[in-house]
Ligand binder design. Sequence first.
Ligand SMILES: CC(C)(COP(=O)(O)OP(=O)(O)OC[C@H]1O[C@@H](n2cnc3c(N)ncnc32)[C@H](O)[C@@H]1OP(=O)(O)O)[C@@H](O)C(=O)NCCC(=O)NCCS
Length: 170
Amino acid sequence: MLELLDSAEIGVVRKPSVAEMAEVQALVEGAAQAGAVLPRTEAEYYEHLRDFLVYTDGHGVGGCCALHLDMATLAEIRSLVVRPDLRGAGVGRKLLEACMEEARALGIARIYALTRVPGLFQKLGFHEVDKRELPHKVFKDCVRCPLFPGCDESAMVRDLPAETPAQDSE
Ligand SMILES: CC(C)(COP(=O)(O)OP(=O)(O)OC[C@H]1O[C@@H](n2cnc3c(N)ncnc32)[C@H](O)[C@@H]1OP(=O)(O)O)[C@@H](O)C(=O)NCCC(=O)NCCS
């Protein structure tokens, strides 16, 4: 028997619209209350809208992730959150892969995340480094964090080798 796919279940990863940022904010702030990600001000969601990718399906925004450029060679993965009912189904992986693809396309050499779920990042090719390898992040954000310097997050990095242009066959 043919099983019909519920179109509401087929999700896509794409850039969010302004109207979707309220859902992104609710998702991230929910996870922030559980201490999983950093809270942001309402204004920051709009200021950084273009950093975000969202996973959406017929039920709305089911996940989000942001790629924030620190400098010419370095970008941070931030605000990775998947709606609780969608967890464990590969949505987080899709969002991270899409952020990595975007970083590669921009020519970013290294991406990183500060996280309490290093296992997820390891699965996607990241490895742990000492936070002192990320002085930019430490001086910009960490020093203002109440947990500094006793933070329990792992610094995970992934290097993104530049793509070699295809050779001309002639
Ligand atoms: C962490 C989170 C984003 C993962 O999203 P998800 O959609 O459930 O993850 P996926 O199903 O895509 O998992 C991808 C891979 O990572 C693994 N993984 C997922 N969560 C993991 C965890 N907490 N620890 C270790 N590995 C994990 C999965 O087993 C999967 O591996 P596989 O592809 O080999 O099977 C989600 O649980 C979440 O929103 N948590 C609350 C917010 C949070 O902690 N965000 C991270 C901030 S850095």
